[in-house]
Design a protein around this ligand. Sequence first.
Ligand code: NAD
Length: 474
Amino acid sequence: MYPTLQFLIDGEWRNGEGHGEPVLNPATGASLGDCPFADEAVLDDAIAAAATAFKSWRKTTALERARIMRKASDLLRERAEHVATVLTLEQGKPIGEARLEVIYAADVIEWYGEECKRAYGRIVPARVPGTRQMVMREPVGVVAAFAPWNFPALAPIRKMAGAVAAGCSIIIKPSEETPATCLEMARCFQDAGLPAGVLNVVYGQPAFVSEYLMKAQVVRKITFTGSVPVGKLLMRQAADTLKRTTMELGGHSPVIVFDDVDIEQTAQALVAGKFRNAGQVCVSPTRFYIQQDVYEPLVARFAELAAARRLGPGLEAGTEMGPLANPRRVEAMEAFVRDARENGGKVMTGGAKHGNQGFFFQPTVIRDLPDTCKLMTQEPFGPVVPMVPFRTFDEVIERANSLNFGLASYTFTNSLKTSQAVSEAIEAGMMGINTLAVSTPETPFGGVKESGHGHEGGIEGLEAYQNLKFVASA
Ligand code: NAD
C-alpha cells in the first residue's frame, strides 16, 4: 500500500543511493519506508532536466497544457482512495479529511488548467500613431518549491499545478515526513502525458536542498510554505540571485465572537474547524476573543464539545481527530500548556498526551490567559485553544492586530454592520465572516505582515508564475 519512495527526475523514477530517513506512521510511530535524500549529483540532474524541459514546455499552447492537466486531475480523482490512504498513513489525519484534501487537490489541477487559457495580456493605446504597445505574460522559468507536512496533497499541488499551467518547469521538495502523497500526484501528471523534466520531485536534508537550488541561476522562482523563520532564511538566500518569491508562512488567526451570535451553532462550527487536522493548519482559528456577555456559556460549550472529540488512528472508522504529525508537535503542545498554566491560564479540558503509542495529544481548551503568553503570541499548530474575553470593538481589533502575523482571521456576528467594520479593520490576507472556510482553488490564498507575501489560488496564483513583458513596436 505505501509506495517505494523514489525521486522523479527527467521523467525517470530513481532510487536513492543509500542515505535517507524513515517515514513514520504518526498513529503508531512505526516506519512506513525509507525516504531517499538527494545529494549534489541528484540535484544537478534535477536542475538540468528542469532547465531543458522549460525550453520546450514554455512553447506549448495553453490548450495543450490544459488538456494534460485535465487528464491528471481525472487520474487523481480515480486514484483518490489510494492516495488518501497513503496520506493518512504518513500524516495521520482522519481518512475523511484526507479524501477531501485529495479531491480538493484534483480540483486545483483542473482549475489551473482551465485558467491558463485565460492568461491574457493587453494592448495599451499608443502615444504615437502607427505604433503598438503590448503587455504579454510569460512563464517565469524554472521553479524551486518547498512544501510542508501538514497538507501533503494540497500544499505541493498548489505549487505544481500553478507552475505547470503557466508553462514553467518545477523541482519540488515535499516534506521528507510526508513524501509519498506528492509522489503519487506526480505519477498522475506523468501518466497524463506531462513531458519529462517539467515536474521533478526530490527529497533531502531541507537546508542542503534549498541552499543548493538557491545558488542555481537557472532557478528563477522560489515558492515556500512553512514556518516564518525558514521563510525569512529563504528570502535572504533568494536575494543573492534576486529570485522571485512566494512565501506562505505561519499564522495566528484571531477569532472574534460578538455577543449577538447563536451560542450552540457557533460552538459547533468552531469545534469542527479548530480540530481539523488536529489544528495543524496555517489558517487554523487560533486566538479566541469572545465578547463578555457570551464568554461563560461559549467557553463551557466549546470545552464540552472538544472533550467529546473521538481520537484515534486516521484509518479507524469513527475517528474525529488523528495524531499530530510528528513527535516535535507533541513536545511543543506540552510546552504551550505548561507556559499557559504558569501564566494563570485555566485548563478546561485536555492538556496532556493521549494513549501510549503514536503522537496523540488531547483537544485542549485554556481560558483566562494573558495576551502576552506563548499560546497567544506564537503559532501553536496543534489542538490547543486559548480563549479570552473582550468588551469593546476597538479593544478587540487592537488586540487582534497586535501580532506580526496576518494570514487568516475570523469573526462571528449577526450584525452586517459589525462584520463589515471588522473586515475593514483587521490586518490579514483572508477573513471569514461566520465561516472558517477561506480556501478554494479559485480564490487567492495568502498573508500579510510576517505571514508572507504572494498568493496561491485564484488568478493571482497563476500570475505568481508569470513575468510581464512590455513590447513596443513601430
Ligand atoms: P521547521 O520550521 O523546521 O519546518 C517547517 C517546514 O519547512 C518543514 O516542511 C521543513 O521541511 C521545511 N524546512 C525547514 N528548513 C528548511 C530549509 N532550510 N529549506 C527549505 N525547507 C525547509 O519546523 P517544523 O517542526 O517542521 O514545523 C514547525 C512550525 O512550522 C509549525 O509550528 C508551524 O508554525 C510551521 N509550519 C507552517 C506551515 C504552514 O502551512 N504555513 C506548515 C508546516 C509548518
